[in-house]
Design a protein around this ligand. Structure first.
Ligand SMILES: O=c1ccn([C@@H]2O[C@H](COP(=O)(O)OP(=O)(O)O[C@H]3O[C@H](CO)[C@@H](O)[C@H](O)[C@H]3O)[C@@H](O)[C@H]2O)c(=O)[nH]1
Ligand SMILES: [Mn+2]
Length: 699
């Protein structure tokens, strides 16, 4: 410490004033002062962290004796019992190691460094107090230390001679009869939240060097904006916070700006920043870049750091006219978490707080009072043309190969998918697709394929099909030329021939082999005995003849070579009907059905006699003269049988008298029953068993 040095000095008697002392020091240094900074502390009552913080902020940390007031009653007149030890300020007058001291309360922020105050010739200077301008405020004082003043003041202090019980009353009383220099209010501007001379503020605010936040509510104990406060107060309050935010707010990068011990400032702010009723949702005040020029040489900054005050909305104009620099983009981006003054977890919302969405933009529309009706324009402007967007042609850039196989030539794929090619036209089947005997089997033609056949359908004897023209005997199976197969089949055939049971000829030897296959059994049955196609054993073709016929047709034994229709004996796969020996669970005779009781033997049955009997009975019943009608001699094939008398089967009511059990069955119409032709010759040749009495002739 050089003798006769000039210093800015403040007082910090308690930890709660640390934020103010810190902001004051930073504001002075930010303003580029050339003077050193000193702080008077109560070493015994400050925390170590506070002392360390102050040591980092101030050039000189001077521990002083704490001086209390013996008459604190007057402090309660101001409702400031916390000012019990402001007499400690008197220690300033004994710091004779300094030539001049510009004392600043810890609740002062410097908007510019008033270094010119050190050039004052006066031994004491102070600015008027806003509450009583004839008195000076002791928040900002220019002092030339002098031991005599110190002891005189200590005497007054010990006597309790102070009209306010604190240092301001004492000093005003002391300098009442001493010369002192009255400073401009601009050196100790004390804005008030309750009263502010706004026009004067607007007029003089350009000159403000320092702002002093008197009263019990200090900036660090309230929010960045105070509800109901004047514009001047809000503006000046924001200046204090601007310094604070610049140096002590936790930035988005996660560190606390400032130097060693800055967290102590944070703690103090947090401790004393009590919620203020009606004031909440305060947010970080934007940084003011004009104050961030402390890196410049202090000499150049000493008198040029005064910032132009701006009204809300003036910043843009000032930036446009070059009066102030726009805020750094990084500063604008810097995030400051919202500071909630109202703790919703502890208290109800402030009753006088603004409603939600009070700051939403509102627009008021008014009715159109124009009485004239709307007349549309005769012509509207043409819509713009050529409003099209040309899609850029994407260039297919070939990427550099990454893997070794990408450098090899990739073979073009040869696969073909069904969707890739048109559906093929139906082409005539090739020679390979035909098969032996195709003249008798044909694939369904295209016209018949309307139902999407999945597999070829074989139609027998469909000679209209184009397939039939491809029947080619030259096409054969691969095994057709294997002579070993032929030999084997031939041997097998010969073996079976010897046994008389060749499969193809297994048809019963009594079967009408030579009869046309179209002839049905019914037709055969209806033939009269003379015309009935009966094969005598002499006509019966034996297996040897058939084998010879087949062999004669062709030598081939190709299994798929079917015989023609004429060569084929009837339907060889249809077995001949076999006689069953059991009917309705009863054994029956070797040659016929079970004998019915009262039924005459077939041989005893004379149809003419029976018909005559029937006719006679019927005519008697119907009172028709006998002999009027005569049963014709012709056969009655297929005639409807209407006259039915009771038979063994118990039919419907007979028109004639019902005979007893022993009465011969007359007029019974037997349904034609096919009886296998007995080639054994037992039958007498009367194959027509039907007895017919046509009703139209009977009626
Ligand atoms: O607990 C305390 C109280 C005060 N101080 C210091 O004392 C100064 C004065 O206290 P302050 O709260 O600033 O008082 P003001 O509200 O400013 O009250 C007015 O009245 C006070 C008592 O007369 C004067 O000291 C002030 O300068 C004057 O502005 C503070 O700035 C601090 O430097 C502390 O360090 N710790
Ligand atoms: Mn003060």
């Amino acid at each position: 410490m050089a003798a006769g040095e000039d210093v800015y000095c403040t007082l910090c008697m308690s930890d709660s004033y640390l934020p103010g002392a810190a902001v004051l020091a930073k504001s002075l240094r930010d303003s580029g002062t050339t003077k050193k900074l000193a702080v008077l502390i109560d070493q015994d009552r400050l925390r170590q962290s506070t002392v360390l913080e102050l040591q980092s902020l101030y050039n000189y940390t001077i521990s002083v004796e704490r001086i209390g007031t013996p008459n604190p009653a007057n402090l309660y007149l101001m409702n400031r019992p916390d000012l019990l030890y402001t007499f400690s300020k008197l220690n300033l007058f004994r710091l004779t190691q300094f030539r001049k001291i510009v004392y600043l309360d810890a609740d002062v922020v410097a908007l510019r460094a008033p270094d010119e105050l050190f050039a004052l010739e006066d031994s004491f200077a102070a600015a008027p107090d806003v509450g009583w301008p004839d008195a000076f405020n002791t928040g900002v004082m220019v002092i030339a230390p002098h031991e005599g003043d110190y002891h005189a003041l200590r005497t007054l202090a010990s006597a309790g001679d102070s009209f306010d019980g604190a240092d301001q009353g004492l000093l005003n009383q002391y300098f009442e009869h001493k010369p002192w220099k009255r400073l401009s209010f601009a050196y100790n501007c004390t804005p008030s939240a309750n009263y502010q001379y706004e026009p004067a503020y607007r007029y003089y605010k350009q000159n403000i060097s320092m702002v002093h936040f008197i009263g019990s509510d200090k900036p660090w104990q309230q929010s960045r904006s105070v509800r109901g406060a004047s514009t001047a107060y809000q503006e000046l309050l924001s200046r204090w916070w601007a310094v604070y935010d610049r140096h002590f707010t936790v930035s988005t990068h996660g560190y606390i700006a400032g130097q060693r011990g800055s967290r102590a400032v944070q703690n103090e702010v947090g401790r004393y920043q009590q919620p203020v009723e009606g004031s909440y949702a305060a947010t970080g005040y934007p940084m003011e870049s004009k104050m961030a020029n402390s890196a410049s040489p202090p000499e150049a900054q000493a008198t040029t750091t005064e910032m132009p005050f701006t009204e809300p909305g003036e910043d843009a104009e000032n930036i446009a006219q070059g009066r102030i620099e726009p805020p750094q983009t990084a500063d604008m981006r810097r995030f400051s978490a919202p500071h909630m003054e109202w703790d919703a977890t502890r208290a109800a919302p402030p009753p006088e707080s603004r409603p939600e969405a009070a700051n939403f933009p509102t627009t008021t529309y008014e009715f159109n009072m124009d009485a004239k009706p709307f007349v549309p324009p005769t012509k509207y402007p043409e819509p713009p043309k050529d409003l099209w967007y040309e899609v850029p042609i994407a260039k297919e850039e070939k990427l550099a190969p990454l893997f070794p196989w990408e450098e090899r030539d990739v073979p073009t794929p040869t696969r073909r998918f069904a969707d890739d090619e048109p559906s093929p036209k139906p082409s005539p089947p090739s020679e390979e697709e035909s098969f032996p005997g195709a003249d008798e089997f044909s694939v369904q033609s295209d016209a018949d394929r309307s139902v999407e056949p999945k597999t070829p359908t074989i139609l027998v004897n469909d000679h209209q099909s184009p397939w039939s023209t491809f029947g080619n005997s030259s096409t054969k199976n691969a095994w057709d030329d294997v002579t070993g197969i032929d030999d084997y089949v031939r041997q097998l055939t010969a073996f079976q021939k010897n046994r008389g049971k060749v499969q193809v000829l297994q048809q019963n030897s009594r079967s009408p082999i030579s009869s046309p296959p179209e002839q049905t059994q019914q037709q055969q049955r209806n033939q009269m005995p003379g015309q009935m196609h009966v094969l005598s054993p002499a006509n019966e073709p034996n297996a040897d003849d058939l084998i010879a016929a087949v062999a004669k047709r062709r030598e081939s034994l190709i299994l798929t070579d079917f015989p023609t229709a004429s060569e084929r004996p009837s339907l060889p796969v249809t077995p001949a009907p076999r006689r069953r020996n059991v009917l309705w669970g009863q054994e029956r005779g070797e040659e016929g059905l079970v004998e019915a009781e009262g039924v005459p033997q077939q041989g005893d049955w004379d149809p003419n006699v029976q018909l005559e009997e029937l006719r006679r009975n019927s005519l008697l019943e119907l009172k028709i003269p006998v002999g009027r009608k005569k049963v014709p001699d012709r056969e009655m094939v297929g005639s409807s049988l209407k006259v039915v008398t009771e038979g063994v089967s118990g039919g419907s009511s007979p028109p004639g008298p019902v005979g007893g059990g022993k009465q011969p069955l007359t007029g019974i119409l037997k349904k034609p029953t096919f009886v296998e032709p007995d080639f054994g010759g037992k039958r007498n040749g009367q194959g027509g068993e039907e007895v017919v009495a046509p009703t139209e002739e009977a009626s």
